[in-house]
Design a protein around this ligand. Structure first.
Ligand code: ADP
Ligand code: MG
Length: 191
């Protein structure tokens, strides 16, 4: 089902004890996928290494297993593909592609503070706006939503984007320690 998941993570592998800030009940409810029925969105926000991609993949996996069409991409990859499509006169096709899945995961949103990129912003907005109220999108970002305007170098666009994402959206804020660093520290302690 062309999900393109970057890993095979499931929710059972997520160690909730290591991330007490994450509402386990809420995440398990999300994994029941009722949010797909009313085209709800989910936003995972937190520092690097806190399991945002893992949780997004686990929910996507649950949706695949339930028989839904799912597609996983990063924001950068989406922007790149849309740019290429526009140059080749295939913009409408690209938009149809990103509107098709019942669940779209956009990982690493507003990842780096790059030079303003109106084309990338337009592509991301267009996809979110077309999917709005029709099908669900999961977004992960290590940048808090308050800084998206700054990061995208376009406060109006960021506000319009967030408006659509959050209207029927659930924010899962993860504020705990990095699991990557934790694993690193455990290895160091064993030396
Ligand atoms: P993020 O996307 O927030 O940067 P990831 O989801 O990529 O973080 O997680 C980083 C690594 O740590 C991955 O290998 C992931 O499987 C693991 N990891 C993170 N949080 C947990 C957790 N709570 N339980 C188990 N593994 C975790
Ligand atoms: Mg990640």
């Amino acid at each position: 089902r062309f999900a393109c998941l970057p890993h095979s993570w499931t929710l059972d592998e997520f160690d909730f004890a290591a991330q007490p800030g994450v509402d386990e009940k809420l995440v398990r409810e999300l994994a029941a996928l009722r949010f797909l029925d009313d085209a709800g969105n989910v936003l995972f926000v937190g520092p690097p290494g806190t399991g945002k991609t893992m949780l997004a993949v686990a929910l996507a996996r649950a949706a695949v297993d339930a028989g839904h069409r799912v597609y996983f991409t990063t924001a950068a990859e989406l922007a790149k593909r849309c740019r290429k499509a526009a140059l080749e006169g295939r913009w409408a096709t690209a938009m149809r592609f990103y509107c098709g899945p019942r669940l779209l995961v956009i990982d690493e949103f507003a990842y780096s503070r790059t030079a303003p990129d109106p084309d990338a912003n337009a592509a991301l907005f267009e996809v979110i706006n077309r999917r709005y109220l029709k099908s669900s999108t999961i977004v992960t970002s290590h940048a808090g939503v308050a800084s998206w305007g700054d990061r995208l170098a376009d406060p109006m666009l960021a506000a319009a984007l967030l408006d659509r994402l959050l209207h029927r959206g659930i924010v899962v804020a993860i504020d705990g320690p990095s699991y990557r660093m934790r694993a690193h520290q455990q290895r160091s302690n064993q030396l």
